[in-house]
Ligand binder design. Structure first.
Ligand code: PLP
Length: 343
């Protein structure tokens, strides 16, 4: 009963098979291999756009390196208060930008609203040497609260960003889950809505360790290739990272797997509603459920082996917990959790 995280799950068997196939013979190192070349073309097909793509092996690297390309050392990056880049990356964006300021903004259900971003921008005087200069807006798709930005919401944020001279970065560690839920094309929820750079995630969705930084202007990736090398993310055996990303895209697996994870979250949320004292906190759109539950219920679930994270200290005998589903979540996991809660 793993509800800790989607990246706590085993890799999909298809990934291991893809790695086995990629392991036949020698290949040119450092991303010059035929799989990485094919991946560029495949991703361009998926996004219906020319792109420049750089595989890396962690989401933190994808985000921090992408932001370092977009933001100078004296810049500011605006993002949601709960954003992974702000609270879960140990300052990697600040480190790789050599000092840019990460500025957090509140927003309901894990998403930013344009007027809140406008308000945050008012703190900064353009051209004043005393103020960090806002240079990028970063949004998370699906958000850390499990909600998804609709293309028109992204469009509103990108127009605002453009008006203020900011680049729009998307942390897409769960981009697949967002697309599966939105039912739109990857293009509609990215470059067509004004996203400049996407951190495309696969590790949470079947891969062992594979992410990619996708620049939608294929001629505007600046020094990114050097940054990736300096950070140690230009793997000599890049073919194995590219093989995982290709495996995810093949036969539309990335969306089918994400759909499976999302559907499990939907079932989990509806079953949790039947538990006395349970409250679902954010709309359940992608594969994350936040539930406020009685502490006694939580203790019973854990005693039966359920694994999930606490998300707030106890208050009035209840606690907020986060439950994440994945392509590997079964009905038996969900029913096991519900039975434990009821015992
Ligand atoms: C929203 C988000 N972004 C990025 C990441 C990637 O992090 P990692 O560096 O652990 O691959 C995660 C992982 O938990 C995440 O939830």
């Amino acid at each position: 009963m793993n509800f800790l995280s989607d990246n706590a799950e085993a890799a999909a068997p298809e990934m291991l098979e893809a790695l086995r196939l990629a392991n036949e013979g020698a290949a040119i190192p450092y991303g010059e291999d035929s799989l990485t070349v094919r991946l560029q073309a495949e991703m361009a097909r998926v996004f219906e756009h020319e792109i420049a793509l750089f595989p890396v092996v962690s989401g933190t690297a994808a985000n921090a390196l992408a932001l370092a390309e977009l933001v100078p050392a004296h810049g500011a990056i605006l993002c949601h208060r709960g954003a992974h880049i702000a609270i879960d990356e140990c300052g990697a964006p600040e480190f790789f930008t050599h000092g840019a300021k990460v500025v957090t903004v509140d927003g309901p259900d894990g998403k930013l609203l344009p007027n809140a971003v406008e308000g945050a921008l008012e703190q900064f005087s353009k051209g004043s040497v005393h103020h960090a200069q806002p240079a990028a807006l970063s949004i998370t798709q699906a958000s850390e609260s499990g909600t998804c930005y609709r293309p028109e919401e992204i469009g509103a944020l990108s127009s605002l960003a453009a008006r203020h001279g900011l680049k729009l970065h998307m942390d897409g560690a769960r981009f697949a889950n967002a697309i599966a839920w939105l039912g739109c094309t990857p293009a509609e929820a990215s470059w067509r809505a004004g996203v400049d750079v996407l951190s495309f995630g696969a590790t949470k969705n079947g891969a062992l360790a594979a992410e990619a930084v996708v620049f939608f202007n294929p001629h505007a990736f600046g020094d990114f290739a050097y940054r990736r090398k300096m950070s140690g993310h230009l793997l000599s055996k890049m073919r194995f990272v590219s093989a995982q990303l290709l495996c995810a895209l093949a036969e539309n697996r990335w969306l089918l797997w994400a759909e499976r994870a999302n559907a499990a979250a939907g079932r989990l949320a509806s079953r949790l509603k039947s538990i006395a004292g349970a409250e679902i906190v954010h709309p359940v759109e992608a594969n994350i459920v936040f539930a406020r539950l009685p502490e006694t219920t939580i203790a019973r679930m854990r005693a039966k082996g359920a694994k999930f994270y606490d998300w707030s200290p106890p208050a009035a005998g209840r606690m907020l917990v986060r439950l994440v589903t994945s392509l590997a979540t079964t009905d038996a996991d969900i029913e096991g959790l519900i039975e434990a809660a009821r015992d």
